[in-house]
Ligand binder design. Structure first.
Ligand code: AP5
Length: 242
């Protein structure tokens, strides 16, 4: 009863300087969608709007690969080939990340989960009060291929551009570094990533639909229109539990 009341008021209880009860629903925003559907583009904007950390398993792997860590060495052969990194490696890394202080009020997941076992493992970690919002960015394979072939990333800032859709402004783009193409964005790897997506990740749409937390969003629109729609949906879901 007390928990319900706290939940309704969304209050946190502190005692002796420490947090003893936090009834505010943790917001778990899951961005689903094919490679290149725009998950990273949207997550970066959403993190600022909702003040939630953007957690991208792909970015975590790329960071570890760049730093040459043991995790990076294990992941590299899979990412370069467009295959999924084995679940146990992903889960350890992801659970470590979401246990950090900045993720206590929630987080935005980009590129996770990617398999049914990953989704089930996440569900087990969540509590009843958590607010799960799964947003599927719906795009065609043709759009994926075009977007990925145009993607370029700044080697220093990590800023993502697209030579077709979001070209870097000449005067200030990636001054200290160079614009590079991700190794897994080569055409032959993209085809493998799409195959892996349809076989192993697309079934998650049904998984979250069955849980009643899925919202499909048209990912073919321009980034601004998609952001407006995602923001509207997330706000609506948050309001619904207030
Ligand atoms: P990851 O980095 O997650 O790759 P991905 O899911 O394939 O997604 P992308 O980063 O390619 O695309 P995105 O949807 O973020 O699109 P973006 O916003 O950049 O994973 C890489 C690898 O790591 C995997 O292949 C796997 O090996 C491994 N991995 C990661 N997570 C894993 C997991 N959970 N389990 C196992 N293995 C895992 O946009 C793409 C381009 O399009 C950009 O240039 C952008 O500017 C442009 N763009 C975006 N939106 C629009 C729009 N609306 N209109 C026009 N252009 C747009």
């Amino acid at each position: 009863m007390i928990k319900l009341l706290l939940l309704a008021l969304c209050v946190s209880v502190f005692f002796g300087g420490g947090l003893v009860a936090d009834a505010c629903p943790r917001k778990v925003v899951i961005l689903l969608g094919a490679p290149g559907s725009g998950k990273g583009t949207q997550a970066k904007k959403l993190q600022a709007i909702f003040n939630l950390p953007h957690i991208s398993t792909g970015d975590l792997f790329r960071f570890n690969i760049k730093e040459g860590t043991p995790l990076g060495k294990k992941a590299q052969e899979y990412t370069n080939a467009g295959k999924l990194v084995p679940d146990e490696i992903v889960l350890d890394m992801l659970f470590d990340r979401i246990s950090k202080d900045d993720a206590k009020q929630g987080y935005i997941l980009d590129g996770f989960p990617r398999t049914i076992p990953q989704a089930e493992a996440l569900q087990k970690r969540l509590e009843d009060k958590d607010l799960v919002i799964a947003l599927n960015l719906d795009v065609s394979d043709d759009t994926v291929v075009k977007r990925i072939s145009g993607r370029r990333t700044c080697s220093v800032s990590g800023e993502v551009y697209n030579i077709y859709f979001a070209p870097p402004p000449k005067e200030r783009a990636c001054k200290e570094g160079e614009l590079i193409q991700r190794p897994d964005d080569r055409p032959e790897v993209v085809q493998e990533r799409l195959k892996v997506y349809h076989n192993q990740t697309e079934p998650l749409i049904q998984f979250y639909d069955r849980l009643g937390v899925l919202v499909n969003v048209d990912g073919e629109k321009d980034p601004g229109a998609i952001l407006t729609e995602l923001t509207r949906v997330i706000n609506e879901k948050i309001e619904s539990v207030r």
